[in-house]
Design a protein around this ligand. Structure first.
Ligand code: NAD
Ligand code: MG
Length: 397
């Protein structure tokens, strides 16, 4: 069967998910064409990707860096046009020639381009969970009214999605609750009293997944799972009580749907992001991902344990935020982005991340109007970041 080629804009192409996407795309030149690649600051890495993929467009965060890259590409005979800044990301996400947007930017910075892609009715592959955590109802409305096809890339959400029928209208009758699995990260069995001495290098050394630095720290605090609980609430239209979390250290079961009849559907595989990426790219078909096969004969334990509130207090902020007034999740996300950046910069301790997050959501009360738009959310995000920064300074003293 011949399929029309999908024309891709990969936002965050130089990151872990971005490179994983290009790895899958390279296996299927008959199916995909790379139209646009973007990166924030890693100009040399984006340059190498442009040489390899010869996209029509590239984009960098900074105007001067974009100009310099443009000159280097021209000197090498490449026709790629280099754009700069957030407006360029939104333009590329909504470009009429683009069929498919891979949203692999990290953080709330991805919200505006995700909204642009949703409003333009694109096939939107969402790895950028923070965009949905911050955007919430606004994001989901944009998907509906824009007629976009939203495909989750986060492995847990892809697992849930793979366990559900294509017809969304049957989901609410079908789902009793969902169970997101969590590896527990590198400190699952470490004495909670010793967590304050953790260094950034220890925190980013995840036992099962190779990922960007921010999500790796989030996995160590389990804030990643907190963000995923909120992400799942929106993707699958659930109430907070319908989203549960269990620790599954082997990361083989990627998540589960517990149906109304209490039958449990699970999706399994080796922990390799190319599986959910390939599923999102080819949906509803299946294509080779490059991931190794799960060999059941050599698989040892599949074990489960509850998440410990003392060790992972951040996880429980997810349900607090979902039950609090709208916008609380955006506040939590903003605080966490600031806290993680400060921890990675060596300014605050690992355990201060939770302090900053918890104190910020207690202090910054959302003031969103009923029909909150992007500018309202970004103003709230800025207010939460400012508060988190004052706490970071206190912690650093
Ligand atoms: P990463 O740090 O490896 O890459 C981030 C990418 O975004 C880079 O290309 C970077 O240039 C770009 N970027 C960073 N800040 C930006 C900004 N302000 N504006 C525009 N572009 C910016 O991150 P990652 O691990 O690939 O994660 C990307 C997203 O996918 C995150 O939201 C993460 O939570 C989610 N995710 C990642 C994984 C994984 O295995 N890495 C799994 C599930 C979900
Ligand atoms: Mg995940």
């Amino acid at each position: 069967m011949t399929v029309a080629k999908q024309r891709l804009a990969i936002l965050g192409a130089t990151g872990s998910v971005g490179l994983g996407t290009l790895d899958v795309v390279a296996r299927h030149p008959d199916r995909f064409e790379v139209f646009a690649l973007t990166a924030h600051a890693r100009a040399a890495e984006l340059e190498a990707l442009c040489q390899r993929w010869k996209p029509r467009y590239a984009a960098l965060g900074d105007v001067a860096a974009a100009k310099a890259l443009q000159q280097r590409l021209r000197a090498n005979g490449l026709a790629t046009e280099v754009l700069a800044g957030e407006p360029a990301l939104c333009e590329l996400a909504a470009h009429e020639a683009v069929t498919t947007v891979m949203a692999a930017i990290v953080g709330a910075a991805g919200l505006a381009p995700c909204l642009a892609a949703a409003r333009a009715g694109k096939r939107l592959l969402l790895a950028n969970k923070e965009a949905l955590v911050v955007g919430g109802a606004l994001f989901m409305n944009a998907v509906r009214t824009g007629g976009a096809t939203l495909l989750p890339i986060d492995s847990e959400h892809s697992a849930i999605f793979q366990c559900l029928p294509e017809d969304r209208s049957s989901w609410s009758e079908r789902i009793d609750h969902i169970v997101l699995t969590a590896s527990g990260g590198p400190f699952r069995s470490r004495d909670p009293a010793s967590l304050h001495d953790i260094t950034p290098e220890q925190a980013v050394a995840h036992p099962n997944w190779v990922m960007g630095r921010k999500i790796s720290v989030d996995s160590a605090t389990m804030m990643n799972k907190a963000l995923e609980v909120i992400e799942a609430r929106w993707l699958f239209d659930l109430v907070p009580e319908q989203v549960r979390v269990v620790i599954h250290p082997q990361s083989i079961i990627h998540s589960m749907v517990v149906c109304r009849d209490h039958s449990v559907l699970a999706q399994l595989g080796t922990p390799d992001m190319r599986v959910p990426i390939a599923y999102g790219l080819a949906f509803p078909e299946r294509i080779a991902s490059g991931a190794s096969r799960l060999e059941f004969e050599t698989l040892k334990d599949l074990s489960f344990e509850p998440a410990d509130r003392q060790r992972f207090p951040g996880l429980f902020l997810a349900w607090d935020a979902l039950r609090a007034p709208e916008g609380s999740a955006a506040v939590l996300n903003a605080a966490n982005e600031e806290a993680v950046a400060a921890f990675l910069a060596g300014t605050i301790r690992f355990t201060d991340i939770h302090r900053v997050n918890a104190e910020t959501i207690a202090a910054v009360l959302p003031d969103l109007p009923g029909d909150a738009g992007l500018s309202d959310l970004l103003a709230l995000d800025a207010r939460a970041r400012a508060h988190a920064q004052t706490l970071v300074k206190e912690c650093a003293r």
